[in-house]
Design a protein around this ligand. Structure first.
Ligand SMILES: [Zn+2]
Length: 298
């Protein structure tokens, strides 16, 4: 068995899952430290309660959480299950990308996997930061746009990439400007427009409509379930180091505190999950669904 045969076999699938889970573990660090204005690389991960450094045995993705029953080995403080969930999601998505591309020639497989994995993992990080803070940081979104443009140019050429870039962001920019200057309030943040620019450049113009449709449907389903079952979630935390204009947006979000039904829902996570669905499930689930509604597919 050559190395390329090995990687494209079922062992490769297992490797892809572990690979994703390890990066999910690193993503946890970014998700918690970036909004807090803390250094990503230092100090090493430690218990937030007793400050003990966490060693290799505490840092095995998913498994450490299960074997240590979600508790610190030193002081018994509980860790949020969210760490393990993010590692699991990252592993599953990495496996999904592997299954999508495994039939490609080996060099194409490696390139496609690397680019798609980087794009999706950044979407996961952005989703949780947006969920926590209502901010999609430019520090992550701009590199994502560049990656999207490079990949779009490589796979579809310049014209389709530019059409994708602007068809995604254009609509959202118009809605945002309408709310900002005519209604004098923040409706959708420009962060969502920048995120859609990256998605449009990466996936091409035909991905935009399915992604917005899927994101809206899933956002509405989530809101309906939250309403029916009285599910609540924490108010957004403070993103350290944001500009004054972004602070105004944040104040408005805080003003809604207590008004349960008006609680805003960040759209970034829904755009992200819809993009991942559109790419990974397009051939099996999405194409029949979109064909049914006569929506063009890429
Ligand atoms: Zn501890």
């Amino acid at each position: 068995m050559t190395s390329s045969e090995f990687i494209l076999s079922n062992w490769g699938g297992m490797f892809a899952f572990i690979w994703g889970a390890i990066w999910g573990s690193f993503s946890n660090v970014v998700i918690y430290r970036l909004p807090a204005g803390k250094n990503i690389a230092w100090p090493p991960s430690h218990c937030y309660s007793c400050k003990h450094n966490l060693g290799a045995i505490d840092n095995i993705p998913i498994l450490s959480y299960i074997f240590l029953l979600g508790k610190c080995r030193h002081c018994g403080a509980s860790f949020s299950s969210r760490y393990a969930v993010i590692e699991l999601i990252s592993g599953i998505i990495s496996l999904g990308i592997f299954l999508l591309y495994r039939t490609l020639p080996f060099q194409n497989f490696l390139t496609s996997f690397a680019v798609t994995f980087t794009f999706f993992q950044t979407l996961i990080i952005l989703s949780f930061i947006d969920w926590d803070t209502f901010i999609l940081p430019d520090l992550l979104v701009f590199p994502l746009i560049l990656l999207g443009i490079s990949w779009g140019f490589y796979t579809r050429g310049l014209t389709m990439t530019l059409v994708g870039l602007f068809s995604g962001s254009g609509l959202f920019i118009m809605i945002t400007l309408y709310y900002r200057y005519i209604r004098k309030k923040e409706g959708l943040g420009l962060g969502d427009a920048k995120l859609l620019a990256a998605i449009g450049a990466f996936g091409g113009p035909f991905i935009i409509f399915p992604v917005i449709l899927l994101a809206s449907i899933q956002g509405l389903i989530f809101a309906a379930l939250a309403f029916i079952f009285r599910i609540s979630w924490p108010d957004p935390g403070i993103y350290v180091g944001i500009t004054d204009s972004e602070n105004d947006e944040f104040d408005e979000v805080i003003d809604n505190k207590g008004k349960w039904t008006l609680k805003p829902l960040p759209f970034g996570p829904f755009l992200s999950i819809s993009t991942i669905e559109a790419v990974l499930l397009s051939t099996s689930l999405l194409v029949p669904f979109l064909n049914f509604f006569n929506i063009p597919t890429a």
